[in-house]
Design a protein around this ligand. Sequence first.
Ligand code: NAG
Ligand code: NAG
Ligand code: CA
Ligand code: CA
Length: 210
Amino acid sequence: MLLAALSWLSSSLLVFVCGGKLPEAEVKIDVLHRPFLCHRKSKYGDILLVHQEGYFENGTLFYSSRINGDKQPVWFTLGIREGIKGWDEGLQDMCAGEKRRLVIPPALAYGKEGRGKIPPESTLTFIIEVMEIRNGPRSHESFQEMDLNDDWRLSKQEVKEYLRKEFERHGYPPNNTQHEQMVEDIFAKEDENKDGFISSREFTYKHDEL
Ligand SMILES: *[C@@H]1O[C@H](CO)[C@@H](O)[C@H](O)[C@H]1NC(C)=O
Ligand SMILES: *[C@@H]1O[C@H](CO)[C@@H](O)[C@H](O)[C@H]1NC(C)=O
Ligand SMILES: [Ca+2]
Ligand SMILES: [Ca+2]
């Protein structure tokens, strides 16, 4: 009786879960290591510094950022299709120092065509370690940081001040003339309604870049 009820339950669950349709392609996520302390978790718009290893289905390593290229981790913007879709889905809610295994079906990787040495219809496995998480240039946090007087819009003065600080942070001497030129360029592009301010909407939603 109980067994019958259980098997009824599981078969109706299956029907419910699959809905009679093909299941949607999903990234399978395994957390391999999560640090004890986690100050913030990754979300769309953040930039992540990552080390990655990529494997074919047969287990062959096809890329490792620790072996290939300049052996450095790379910065990656989450959620804007900078890489494959599977990364955008699989790297959310991560802590700095966390390590995950992502198994990514072809539909969320390089699909029917493949790319370079990745053959068509490849399911790929990545081991990804997030070294650092920062606010992306278009994040809400970056806007708030730039909006010194909290009036929800950026004046030319505020953008200039931000540039000056960024230059300093990266060890470049501030250069007033150059900053003013950059501010003019930025406003020419970003201040869509030409009211002399960059609103949070103008700042956050990029039209052509994505
Ligand atoms: C593993 O798969 C890749 C991609 O299909 C292929 O290039 C490689 O030769 C395979 N390696 C082995 C050992 O079968
Ligand atoms: C400041 O920037 C301007 C314009 O880019 C450049 O011509 C000038 O040489 C720079 N001045 C200094 C001191 O670096
Ligand atoms: Ca402001
Ligand atoms: Ca504006």
